[in-house]
Design a protein around this ligand. Structure first.
Ligand code: KG4
Ligand code: ZN
Length: 353
């Protein structure tokens, strides 16, 4: 069964063809990073317009590369939730129009469930149930996955998503957008022990994930140390600091690298600790890792090391399936298609889950 996936929930315009849920026949991702970088984050109207311009040419290119025709597609699948409303609507309308014109079944897919499916596509031996850590720009949560289409959320971040925290700290350090890869690169030359940033934890030891305290700790460190803050200063901090902030020093390359490395280590400690605690509490020894932040090499390494100490097997999604793409959308749709769980063309976009 050949499924066309369309993804447009945020700032990647993507199309993919996947056979029987696992074989990625073709996948194209057009990143909008350059369009949004000058603003330091995703601008919804800019994202929506780019999806409108790019999706159909991407589809034409995808089919042409593999000498396929629209009629070769068996099912059309599109991200329907969650995401930016206007961006979701572009992909969803495209998918529904194609399904109607071609008289093919249509499936609207949950983007987070798509992320959760990426490790399943890559690791045929990943058992169910397993625990999944999904860490992206919009979501950070731990789930108990009982089947490819059924999962229960164990815990979600209390505030910022992990990727969002990387993006905001990167803006503070003047490292640009998206922040994750920029922080990871800067951290390579830094000392992760240079500054001790707090790893938020629940007073009673309950499972918890939170990143906004860490972001604020970086901001306060910069202010206390008298560094010029580059960009993205949160309003709250602006009010508090008022005119007392003496931004006298520019960040040296080494200071920036040390802050990046120390921040990264703290953020990853929060994720690793929560993931392992979830496995222990649920008594499950199989852990998958997915979402944009899962591209981070230090996270993959730390989680692998700490998991193996506890006899837990780690199944990370391959990097090309970690950040947003349409292959995991088409892959997951297969699990619905084989149960004949199709959607009607009445389905509409939902910005939240
Ligand atoms: O999954 P994704 O492509 O989009 C969402 O669904 O949000 O994730 C994007 C997020 C961004 O916040 C980006 O900074 C982060 O993933 N990210 C990383 C790395 N690569 C991407 N975070 C840390 N380290 C990385 N290497
Ligand atoms: Zn995503």
């Amino acid at each position: 069964m050949l499924i066309l996936g369309i993804e447009s929930s945020c700032d990647e315009s993507a199309v993919a063809l996947v056979r029987n849920g696992k074989e990625v026949v073709a996948s194209l991702v057009a990143s909008q990073i350059e369009l949004h970088a000058p603003y330091g984050g995703v601008v919804p109207e800019v994202a929506c317009r780019a999806h409108m311009e790019w999706l159909l040419p991407l589809l034409t290119e995808l089919l042409a590369q593999h000498a396929l025709k629209l009629q070769d597609i068996d099912v059309i699948a599109t991200t329907a939730r969650p995401g930016l409303m206007s961006s979701l609507l572009v992909g969803l309308s495209t998918g529904k129009a194609l399904a109607w014109a071609l008289q093919k079944p249509f499936i609207g897919v949950d983007h987070i469930q798509g992320h959760l499916y990426a490790p399943v596509m890559a690791h045929p031996k990943l058992p169910f149930p397993h625990i999944a850590l999904v860490v992206s720009g919009g979501h950070s949560e731990l789930c108990l996955c009982t089947s490819p289409i059924e999962q229960e959320r164990i815990v979600a971040t209390l505030d910022d998503a992990a990727g969002e925290c990387f993006d905001k700290v990167s803006a503070l350090l003047g490292l640009g957008y998206p922040g994750g890869p920029a922080i990871e690169k800067a951290a390579l030359k830094g000392d992760p022990k240079a500054i001790h940033f707090p790893r938020s934890r629940n007073r009673h030891g309950a499972l918890q994930m939170s990143f906004s305290g860490l972001k604020t700790a970086v901001l306060y460190y910069l202010q206390r140390s008298g560094y010029a803050i580059q960009a993205g200063r949160p309003r709250l901090a602006q009010k508090k600091s008022g005119h007392n902030t003496q931004a006298t020093r520019e960040l040296s390359e080494q200071a920036r690298a040390d802050i990046a490395a120390s921040f990264q280590e703290a953020a990853l400690d929060i994720l690793v600790r929560a993931a392992l605690q979830a496995c222990v509490e649920k008594n499950i020894a199989d852990l998958s890792l997915t979402g944009g932040v899962a591209c981070n090499s230090r996270l993959r390494q730390k989680l692998e090391e700490e998991a193996s100490k506890k006899g837990i097997s780690l199944y990370p999604a391959p990097r090309e399936l970690c950040t947003d793409n349409a292959a995991f959308i088409a892959g997951l749709a297969y699990e619905y298609a084989r149960l004949k769980r199709y959607d009607t063309l009445e389905l509409t976009a939902q910005p939240r889950r």
